[in-house]
Write a protein of this length. Structure first.
Length: 731
């Protein structure tokens, strides 16, 4: 057996050495899917079945792509720089850069990140005089992206009402603006790549014959267009390995379609599904709890995680009277774990909604425990970095209106809003870019001097940096732009200056990596046709594309040992020694919106499954009977997800109904503390009704035979019940 295959269990071995037919690998959480993917690539190359340029591997994050390449390098003595391994967006960017003429794009096209795209949507809607109250900017942005992910251009959208017709018109004008400015958004990268291949038969056949093996990670997260793109490339018999877990499909709101896994079985005539069920992350009780939970979902492909590491400790469950009590418990447990030798960075505190974090953060701050909110502003999204990138974007492409608007008066150079509006009006009337309008606008007084100074600065930077190395170009541009001087005068500008210096460091590292990439001729090995007009990419344009793509990744910040706070969505792909899942209440987790959405509850359950399987050794579940959320007091019922975990796997640390301490009572309002004692029932107590099921008491009024209760039932909502006849049972 080859050394690279050593250490694989039998299902992993079956997947890594599968025959030349396509295969679906159902990879459970912590089952070693990355190891299987990289081993398969190394095995295919080592056995001579393919050369590195005949393989296409798709991931969902740049981090995963880099890890895959690093592992391949550790297995085989090969240069992986020219291999087509990357994210959907990264690979499509590469394809469009190489064949920009066939794709009807300018050579220097720029990529809009989400914030830049929203700015362009705003400008388009304002030019159309569309009411932003009735037609929110973000909704228009979502409309554009969702239609692109469905493969629909404006002329293919079929609106059913005036609202849809208006947004379709925005979409149409937005496309014109993108074409005029030479920019594309993330969704456009994939759609334009798909259309490029679909409309250019010779180009399509070239890549179909080139990529003999296609591997896709996190297949359950693919959307309709991504699946169509993969099918198109594999249409001439490429062997496709799709690796995913339908139980971890949690991005429906982004367009992910877990049904692609079922379609893949049919479309690619899959004869065998390889199941990776042995988990190397979590102990037995955690896995048994997660298995029991997810079995309540219908339509699963089906698998059952197991481990040979033992059962471990039971899952701890804490029921609090208030969210403050819940936060106190969590913090005390975290302190105990830390005292036992567990580093804070190996402990995660998860929540369904960002709004939950406030009271948790307050408690952590008060206790002196260091923490980080995972998924905060990333490097390329920081204000000063985006300003610097805007200067670079304008140097690379003066038609980039978004970049111009960001920096035309930053640092302040005396160009006011009226002048900017005058330039915008001229651009709209003449159908030109803002840059062209600024160059020809009939201004006077200070305005003409300030605008001329700005134009001269950009032109000077273009000329002075011609022939510069990428790091030197960026360093010179940042210095000459006035950003350094501006932040040196800023009282709190030191961190921003350090980030600008780091941008230069990032450019140096990028340039070094780029120098190691084989020439275009090597990348286009195996018979590339010169008629495709393949072109080398300008270093600055390439770096700007890299910056936009990196901004799309969700990366953890490095630094001191600190507790990790994050939403459950952000936790996917991570693992921790101990995990706390807070706020397990009906309406919060599962979220109240999921109840009325088709498939919503099942997606919430998958989200809970993902949260549970982040834990390696210890798992805590907590909930509160009363919670302040969005400025209102909520009375809560324990989440059904706790009920779906077998009792024998749980250790109930505390039951709030038996610990109504003085401290707890102080958190209740005076009117609430009076509402106690009617037949032994009290506000916040969980009860069972023969018809309405489980609920929680939210109000009590009246005395004796006139006493009645308002109960919030899990499935039936709020009901007023006469206490004498309700026949409620305490839960």
């Amino acid at each position: 057996m080859s050394k690279i295959l050593q250490g694989l269990n039998q299902p992993q071995l079956d997947a890594a050495t599968h025959s030349t037919s396509s295969v679906l690998v159902l990879a459970g959480a912590g089952s070693g899917k990355t190891k299987v993917l990289t081993t398969r690539i190394a095995w295919l190359i080592q056995t001579g079945q393919i050369n590195p340029f005949e393989l296409l591997a798709v991931t969902f994050t740049n981090k995963a792509a880099k890890e895959m390449l690093l592992r391949i390098t550790s297995m085989l003595p090969i240069n992986t720089r020219g291999m087509w391994v990357g994210t959907f967006h990264g690979l499509c960017n590469r394809l469009l850069r190489t064949h920009y003429k066939e794709a009807s794009l300018p050579q220097t096209f720029q990529i809009l990140d989400s914030a830049d795209q929203l700015s362009l949507v705003k400008r388009v809607m304002k030019s159309l005089s569309i009411d932003e109250v009735r037609y929110p900017f973000r909704q228009a942005q979502y409309f554009i992206n969702s239609n692109k992910e469905e493969g629909l251009r404006p002329n293919k959208v079929e609106p059913i009402d005036d609202f849809g017709r208006t947004l379709t018109e925005v979409y149409r004008e937005y496309e014109r603006a993108c074409a005029n400015e030479g920019v594309v958004d993330f969704s456009e990268l994939l759609l334009r790549s798909y259309e490029l291949l679909l409309k250019n038969e010779r180009l399509l056949k070239h890549y179909q014959s080139r990529f003999k093996h296609i591997l896709v990670d996190e297949f359950q997260d693919t959307n309709k267009l991504q699946y169509a793109w993969l099918k198109l490339l594999a249409d001439q018999g490429a062997c496709v390995m799709a690796v995913g877990d339908d139980d971890q499909s949690i991005y429906a709101f982004r367009g992910a379609n877990s049904g692609n896994m079922l379609s893949f079985e049919t479309d690619f005539a899959i004869e065998k599904v390889v199941k990776l069920e042995q988990n190397y992350r979590s102990l037995g009780n955690i896995l048994d709890g997660a298995n029991a939970l997810i079995k309540n979902n219908d339509g699963r492909l089906g698998k059952n995680l197991w481990t040979d590491q033992g059962e471990g400790e039971p899952i701890r469950v804490f029921r609090a009277m208030t969210d403050g009590e819940e936060a106190t418990f969590i913090i005390e447990e975290i302190q105990a774990l830390r005292n036992s030798g567990i580093e804070l960075k190996n402990i995660a505190l998860l929540y369904r909604s960002n709004a939950q974090s406030r009271i948790l953060e307050h408690g952590l701050f008060s206790s002196g425990l260091p923490y980080k909110v995972y998924g905060g502003l990333r490097f390329f999204e920081r204000q000063e970095v985006k300003h610097a990138l805007a200067y670079l974007r304008l140097i690379a492409n003066s038609e980039d209106d978004g970049a111009l608007l960001r920096i035309i008066n930053f640092p302040t150079r005396g160009i006011g809003n009226r002048t900017i509006e005058h330039i915008r009006d001229l651009a709209e009337r003449t159908g030109t870019s803002l840059w062209q309008a600024a160059c020809s606008a009939p201004l006077s007084g200070r305005a003409v001097t300030a605008v001329t100074s700005f134009i001269t600065l950009i032109e000077k930077l273009k000329n002075e940096t011609s022939g510069f190395s990428l790091p030197d170009l960026i360093e010179h541009s940042i210095e000459s732009s006035g950003l350094i001087e501006h932040y040196q005068k800023d009282r709190d500008g030191q961190d921003r200056l350090e980030n600008l210096n780091e941008l230069i460091n990032a450019a140096s590292a990028f340039a070094t990596e780029r120098a190691d990439i084989p020439s275009l001729e090597a990348q286009m090995a195996n018979g590339a046709d010169e008629d495709f007009n393949a072109t080398e990419i300008d270093p600055l344009v390439d770096f700007l594309a890299h910056a936009s793509l990196e901004a799309g990744d969700n990366q953890a910040s490095a630094g001191e040992d600190a507790l990790q706070l994050m939403t459950v969505h952000a936790a996917k792909g991570l693992e921790f020694h101990s995990v706390f899942i807070s706020g397990l209440e009906e309406g919060l987790f599962p979220h109240e919106n999921s109840i009325n959405e088709h498939g919503g509850l099942e997606e919430e359950r998958r989200l809970m499954y993902v949260a549970m399987t982040r834990a390696m050794r210890r798992l805590y579940l907590s909930h509160s009977q009363m919670r302040m959320l969005h400025g209102q007091t909520r009375y809560n019922i324990e989440s059904r997800f706790i009920d779906e975990i077998p009792e024998e796997l749980l250790k109930k640390i505390n039951d709030a109904k038996s610990v109504a301490t003085t401290a707890t009572q102080r958190t209740l309002s005076p009117s609430m503390t009076k509402q106690k004692g009617q037949g032994g029932f009290r506000v916040g107590q969980q009860v069972q009704h023969s018809k309405f099921g489980v609920g929680v008491i939210v109000q009590i009024e009246g005395q004796g035979a006139d006493a009645r209760l308002q109960v919030n039932f899990r499935d039936s909502g709020l009901k007023w019940l006469a206490l004498e006849y309700a026949k409620l049972v305490r839960v």
